[in-house]
Design a protein around this ligand. Structure first.
Ligand SMILES: [Zn+2]
Length: 293
């Protein structure tokens, strides 16, 4: 699936940018949480392989490097459309219809990106840089679970819907889902402690979601990574997310409390699924739940 241009970026040069507090696309916190949850599911073999591919500045922590694709988006403009898969707004995702770049380039959406970098990591003779493939794959698994990354094309996934958050911050609907819900939850319930919020999400995995969690990595399509299914879920979740969030509206508790459970579950699902995909790639674990047909 060599449809993407080969990357020519020196990871070390991008390290400073990756550490900058630029928050886009789930925001840095959301990506960190997704990847941190995935780390907890890795087999020792997969964990060692992942660590071996991480750039030095990540200090052996996948979560620390998961926002890298956002940090290099400007240097790699071709990668921009790989962060999302917008739809006409019918709450459905269709690969043939929706997976393209802004100029119609085929496969250039988040689903195509996940499929491409999964295949690249599975093929040791692939010309793709394996470190960059790992970071792109891990990041896109986060993006695809954020409902507004499969929002409407007409408003750029909520980016052009200007709203106010708790009567104070002017923002947009996309950013509410990327950042504001997570920031507010962290501040209100976890004393701004990211690891406390991650622990709470993990606890839900063993309690509230325990019955369904073992099905999350399963899918019944013939696609490489089941990424179609994840985009279908997000497209479906994006429709209710638009309700009550009209242009110029003020969003507060009512919206926050309806969005938070969705955000937490999508972060958890992204983490569980990323862990399963990385295990399959790096430990040859025949995880039939990922590629069952
Ligand atoms: Zn992104």
């Amino acid at each position: 699936m060599g449809f993407l241009p080969l990357l020519q970026v020196v990871l070390l040069a991008a390290a400073a940018a990756a550490r900058a507090p630029a928050a886009r696309a789930w925001g840095e916190e959301g990506h960190f949480m997704t990847c941190k949850i995935a780390e907890g599911f890795l087999t020792s073999e997969a964990s060692a392989a992942v660590k071996g591919l991480l750039p030095e500045w990540a200090n052996g922590e996948l979560a620390a490097a998961c926002s890298w694709p956002d940090a290099v988006r400007r240097q790699m403009p071709w990668s921009s459309s790989l962060h999302f898969a917008d739809t006409p707004g019918d709450c459905k995702f269709s690969y043939a219809r929706d997976c393209h770049g802004t100029k119609g380039e085929k496969d250039m959406c988040v689903v195509g990106g996940i499929n491409n970098y999964t295949a690249a990591l599975q093929d040791s003779s692939s010309p793709y840089n394996r470190t960059e493939s790992l970071l792109f794959l891990s990041h896109f698994l986060g993006d695809i679970h954020q409902p507004m990354h499969c929002g409407r094309t007409a408003d750029l996934g909520g980016n052009t819907i200007v709203v106010t958050w708790y009567n104070t911050t002017k923002t947009n609907l996309h950013k509410v889902w990327d950042e504001k819900v997570i920031e507010t939850a962290m501040n209100r319930f976890y004393k701004d402690d990211r690891s406390a919020m991650i622990q709470a999400i993990k606890l839900n995995l063993t309690n509230e979601w325990s019955k369904e969690e073992n099905q999350w990595a399963a899918c019944y399509t013939r696609t490489t990574t089941c990424a179609d299914k994840y985009a279908e879920e997000s497209a479906e979740l994006s429709c209710p997310a638009y309700v009550g969030a009209e242009q110029g509206s003020n969003l507060e508790d009512e919206y926050f409390f309806s969005a938070l459970p969705v955000v937490q579950k999508r972060i958890a699902q992204g983490g569980v699924r990323l862990g399963a995909i990385l295990n399959q790639i790096f430990s040859g674990k025949n995880n039939s739940s990922i590629q069952s047909s």
